[in-house]
Write a protein that binds this ligand. Structure first.
Ligand code: ME8
Length: 519
C-alpha cells in the first residue's frame, strides 16, 4: 500500500460540535492511525461546511454575519479535535478562497459540457438536509423524516444536474463493486433510491440564498451547498479543472470517505455522478457509520441532551482523551447505531483499560522488579505459548480494519488481553517464585511482556497516550509497522526500575463522575 487518503464529512458550523460529530472524527482518526502502521503515507482530511441557507439563517438569528458565525464555530471544531487528539493533516473550510474558486470552475465546466442546464422548478426544500425532498419520503404529517420539520415550498429558476444520465452506470458500478458501500447492507438502500432518481437542482436563487458561492457566469445564482461541500474532497488536494496539483494526482482517488448513514445518498449517488461527469475515478470505499444516541434517545436540542465531547473529558477529569476515544470507537458494530451513557462509559473503560490492560502491565512489571530487579535474563526467552494467538490477532485486526470494523477489532484486542491475563492466572508466577522456580517465573513474566508489546501496538490507534506510556515502560518502539511485529519484542537486560513503573490508566473516579455536570 503506497498511500492512504481518508476523509471525514465536513460539519455544518451552525452550532458547536457534539459527540456524534466526535464519533466520526474518532473513528476516522483511528483508521488513519492504524494505516500509518501499515503504510508510510497517510493523508487525513477533515473540515467544516460553511455555506447555505441554514448558516445564513442561524447567523441572522444571532445578529452576526455568516462569516463571523463560521469563524467562531469552525474554531470550536478545531479546538474539540485538538482535545481528542484527532491528528488530521488538513482542515478545510468551504469558505477558503482557493476552495471557492475551484468549485466555481467545476460548476462552470459541468455547465459548459452540458451536464448542468437551467430549469424552472417547484419543490419542497428541507433546510436541515439542505436538499429538496421527494413528497413520498415525508412523514404522514408532511414532515422531513430526519429533521421532523415541515419543508418549505420553493419555486425558483435553478440550474439542474443531469443525474439521470448517470443512473444506469451507477447501478452497474455499485452492483459490480460490493465493497464500494460499507457496510454492504446499505448498498440495497442506495440501489432502491437510485431507481426513482431525478435530475437535481444544483443552484439557488441569490434572492433566497446569499451565503453561497456565486455561479461564475450568473450572478443571480449561488452554487448548491452539496456540490460545494462534496468538492472539498478534491479541492483540498489542489484539484483544478485545468491543472490538477501533484498532491491531487498522488492521493486521489480517496481510499475511504467516512460519513454518517444520513448522508449516504449524497456520497454514493450525487458525488460519484459528479466525479464521473468530471471524468475522475471514484473513491474506493464509502463507509457509512451509524448514529450515536444518548441514553438510548436521539440527541436533539429540544430534548436538551446534546453532549459536547470536551464536556465528557472535563466532567470525568480525564487527563487525555484515550478512554473516551476507546469507548466511542467500540460503541457499535460496523455501520450500526451506538449509544453513550455515563455509567456504561465508566464501567467499560474501567474494566477494559484499567482492570484488564493497565493492571496486567503494572502487575507484570512489578513482579519483574520484585523478583529480578527489573531484569530480563537471556534464559527467560524461549517458546511463548501466547505467540500464536497474539500474531493471529494482528492479522484479524488488520482484516477488521480493511472492512472498517473498528469496534470488532477492539474486541479482538481485548480478547488477547484476557488471554494474557488468564495465562498469568494459570501459571501463577508468584507461586513459582515462592517455590524458587525462578527461571519458569521469569519466562512467564517475559512471555506476557512480549505480548504486551503487541497489545500496545494494536491498541495504539484508539489510545495514543496510554500506549505511549506503555511503550516507554516496555522499551518498545511504537513506530514498529504491524507487519514487522514478532512475539520477540523485549530485549534482554535491565528493563525497568521500581520508580519508573506507573499505572498507564487510572480508573475513572465514579464519585467525581457522579458529581459532574455536563454542559
Ligand atoms: O451532514 N451520531 O454536516 P452535519 C453520529 N455538512 N454521527 C452523527 C450524528 C450522531 N448523532 N449527528 C451527526 C453534514 N453525525 C454535511 C456533510 S460532507 C461533504 C457534508 C454525523 O454537521 C453526520 O452523519 O450535519 C455527518 O457524517 C457528520 O456528523 C456531519 O454532520
Amino acid at each position: 500500500m503506497e498511500k492512504f487518503y481518508i476523509t471525514t464529512a465536513i460539519d455544518y458550523v451552525n452550532g458547536a460540535p457534539h459527540i456524534g460529530h466526535a464519533y466520526e472524527k474518532i473513528l476516522t482518526d483511528i483508521i488513519a492511525r492504524h494505516y500509518t502502521q501499515r503504510c508510510d503515507d497517510v493523508y487525513f482530511l477533515t473540515g467544516t461546511d460553511e455555506h447555505g441557507i441554514k448558516i445564513q439563517k442561524t447567523a441572522a438569528a444571532q445578529g452576526i454575519t455568516p462569516k463571523e458565525l463560521c469563524d467562531m464555530n469552525a474554531q470550536k471544531f478545531k479546538d474539540a479535535w485538538k482535545a481528542l487528539d484527532i491528528d488530521y493533516k488538513k482542515f478545510i473550510r468551504t469558505t477558503d478562497e482557493d476552495h471557492e474558486k475551484i468549485v466555481q470552475k467545476i460548476f462552470d465546466k459541468l455547465l459548459k459540457q452540458g451536464d448542468i442546464y437551467k430549469h424552472s422548478y417547484e419543490g419542497l426544500y428541507c433546510q436541515g438536509c439542505e436538499c429538496f425532498l421527494n413528497p413520498k419520503d415525508l412523514t404522514e404529517d408532511g414532515l422531513c423524516p430526519d429533521h421532523l420539520k415541515k419543508p418549505e415550498v420553493v419555486k425558483e429558476e435553478n440550474y439542474f444536474f443531469k443525474l439521470t444520465k448517470y443512473k444506469d452506470i451507477l447501478i452497474k458500478y455499485i452492483k459490480e463493486h460490493p465493497d464500494f458501500i460499507v457496510p454492504q447492507f446499505r448498498a440495497n438502500e442506495v440501489l432502491n433510491q437510485l431507481e426513482d432518481i431525478q435530475d437535481i437542482s444544483v443552484s439557488r436563487a441569490k434572492s433566497n440564498v446569499q451565503w453561497g458561492i456565486d455561479v461564475l457566469s450568473d450572478s443571480e445564482q449561488s452554487i448548491y451547498v452539496w456540490i460545494d461541500a462534496l468538492s472539498n474532497y478534491i479541492t483540498a488536494l489542489g484539484f483544478d479543472t485545468e491543472n490538477p496539483s501533484d498532491t491531487f494526482k498522488k492521493y486521489w482517488p480517496a481510499d475511504v470517505h467516512v460519513i454518517g448513514k444520513d448522508i449516504l445518498k449524497f456520497h454514493s449517488i450525487y458525488w460519484p455522478a459528479f466525479l464521473m461527469a468530471l471524468d475522475l475515478p471514484l473513491p474506493k470505499h464509502i463507509f457509512a457509520h451509524g448514529w450515536i444516541t444518548i441514553d438510548e434517545s436521539k440527541m436533539s436540542k429540544s430534548l436538551g441532551n446534546v453532549i459536547s465531547p470536551t464536556s465528557v473529558l472535563e466532567s470525568f477529569n480525564l487527563e487525555h482523551p484515550d478512554a473516551f476515544r476507546y469507548y466511542m470507537a467500540s460503541s457499535a458494530p460496523c455501520g450500526r447505531d451506538g449509544n453513550y451513557s455515563d455509567d456504561d462509559f465508566k464501567e467499560k473503560v474501567n474494566a477494559h483499560l484499567a482492570n484488564s490492560m493497565g493492571n496486567l502491565l503494572n502487575r507484570t512489571l512489578s513482579m519483574l522488579v520484585k523478583y529480578f530487579d527489573g531484569e530480563v535474563k537471556p534464559e527467560f526467552k524461549g517458546e511463548n505459548p501466547l505467540a500464536k494467538k497474539a500474531l493471529g490477532t494482528v492479522q484479524i485486526v488488520k482484516n477488521h480494519f480493511d472492512n472498517f470494523e473498528i469496534a470488532e477489532a477492539s474486541l479482538e484486542i481485548i480478547s488477547l488481553v484476557d488471554a494474557a491475563n488468564k495465562y498469568v492466572q494459570d501459571n501463577a508466577p508468584w507461586t513459582l517464585a515462592k517455590e524458587e522456580k525462578m527461571i519458569e517465573c521469569g519466562q512467564v513474566l517475559t512471555n506476557v511482556l512480549d505480548i504486551m508489546c503487541i497489545i500496545c501496538a494494536l491498541i495504539y490507534p484508539y489510545c495514543p497516550n496510554i500506549t505511549a506510556d506503555m511503550a516507554r515502560q516496555l522499551s518498545f518502539n511504537l513506530k514498529t509497522k504491524l507487519d514487522d511485529l514478532t512475539a520477540d519484542n523485549i530485549k534482554t537486560g535491565k528493563l525497568i526500575s521500581k520508580e519508573d513503573i506507573k499505572p498507564v490508566f487510572l480508573r475513572v473516579d465514579s464519585e467525581l463522575a457522579d458529581k459532574s455536570q455536563k454542559k
